[in-house]
Ligand binder design. Structure first.
Ligand SMILES: [Zn+2]
Length: 121
């Protein structure tokens, strides 16, 4: 079990194992958030938040819903409006300890245009 919190500690993130790969994407929202996403099965992630502690954001067709801590603003995760197989929960690994992140491979996803990716390291 790997645990993380947002900056203020209000939101707790638990994943069943450390991410082996995290994704850095240059699409319109990921480049602004600066997130490194770890894609997890919904069953392997637990997000604990106080009532009303998370704010949500989605746009246009609202395919994905992005969550951030209402108090400190840290982006914690996103999930798909649809549920079930093939719809991961993406956890923002920037919230993990730096040692956890240092052990993961980073892949650069060109979400802005071609949707191809390559490993950064
Ligand atoms: Zn917070």
């Amino acid at each position: 079990m790997i645990a993380a919190t947002c900056h203020c500690g209000a939101i707790h993130i638990h994943v069943s194992r450390a991410p082996r790969t995290v994704t850095r994407c240059n699409c319109s929202i990921c480049r602004r958030y600066g997130a490194l996403w770890a894609y997890c099965t919904p069953a392997s992630v637990r997000i604990e938040a106080p009532r009303g502690g998370l704010e949500k954001y989605a746009w246009r067709r609202k395919v994905r819903m992005y969550f951030r801590c209402k108090r400190c603003g840290c982006v914690t995760h996103y999930k798909y409006r649809k549920r079930g197989r093939g719809y991961p929960v993406a956890v923002n690994s920037r919230n993990f300890d730096p040692e956890v992140l240092a052990a993961a491979r980073i892949r650069n996803l060109d979400g802005a245009s071609t949707w191809t990716w390559e490993y950064a390291r």
